[in-house]
Write a protein that binds this ligand. Structure first.
Ligand SMILES: CC(C)(COP(=O)(O)OP(=O)(O)OC[C@H]1O[C@@H](n2cnc3c(N)ncnc32)[C@H](O)[C@@H]1OP(=O)(O)O)[C@@H](O)C(=O)NCCC(=O)NCCS
Length: 148
C-alpha cells in the first residue's frame, strides 16, 4: 500500500540515506518535500520517495530508496508509476538528479526518464566525503527528465 507521510519524516532517515548519503543534503528538501512510502500490511516500510515542487511545472524526485531485501522486485518502478499518476495532471515534467552510476541510470531509463544535462563535479563540490556506487566514485550529477 502506498501512503503519504505527513509527520515525523525523519523517522525514515536510515532509508532516505540509502538514496542520498548526506543528512545535511536531505535536510534541504525533506520539510518542503512530499513523502510517500510503500508499506506492508503490518506497517513495515519497504520503499520511500520524496518529491518537491520546483516551479515552472516541474516536479523533482529528490530521493527514492527501496529497503535492500525488497530491491529488484518492482517497488521502485511502482513508486515512479504512482508519482506519474499523482502529478501528471498538475505538472509537465518530472526531473531527477542522480550520480553517474549504471544501476540508478538504468533504473531511471527503464522508468521512462531521458538524460538532459550534467553538472560537472557536483558530488565533489557539495558532499563532504567521496561517494562510491557499484565500485565507482560519483563525480557529476546527471539530470534526467520524464515528460508527462
Ligand atoms: C534504485 C532503486 C530505487 C531501484 O528500485 P528497485 O525496486 O530495486 O527497482 P525495480 O525492481 O523497480 O527495477 C525496475 C528496473 O530498473 C532496472 N534496475 C533496477 N535495479 C537495477 C540494478 N541493480 N542493476 C541494473 N538495473 C536495475 C531494471 O531494468 C529493472 O527492471 P528488471 O528488474 O525487470 O530488469 C533501488 O535499487 C534502491 O533503493 N537503491 C539504493 C538507493 C538509490 O540508489 N536510490 C537512487 C538515487 S536517489
Amino acid at each position: 500500500m502506498i501512503r503519504s507521510i505527513l509527520s515525523n519524516k525523519k523517522q525514515y532517515l536510515d532509508l532516505l540515506l540509502l538514496g542520498d548519503e548526506q543528512e545535511s543534503m536531505i535536510d534541504k528538501y525533506l520539510d518542503r518535500g512530499e513523502l510517500f512510502g510503500i508499506f506492508s500490511c503490518d506497517g513495515e516500510i519497504k520503499a520511500i520517495c520524496v518529491v518537491t515542487d520546483e516551479g515552472n511545472n516541474i516536479i523533482e524526485l529528490k530521493n527514492i530508496a527501496v529497503v535492500p531485501q525488497y530491491q529488484r522486485q518492482g517497488l521502485g518502478k511502482m513508486l515512479i508509476d504512482f508519482l506519474i499518476k499523482q502529478y501528471s495532471s498538475k505538472f509537465l515534467i518530472m526531473r531527477v538528479g542522480t550520480g553517474d552510476s549504471p544501476i540508478t541510470i538504468s533504473f531511471y531509463r527503464q522508468c521512462g526518464f531521458k538524460e538532459v544535462f550534467r553538472v560537472k563535479n557536483f558530488f565533489i563540490d557539495n558532499y563532504d566525503e567521496p561517494i562510491f556506487e557499484a565500485g565507482q566514485q560519483l563525480i557529476d550529477m546527471v539530470y534526467l527528465e520524464l515528460i508527462f
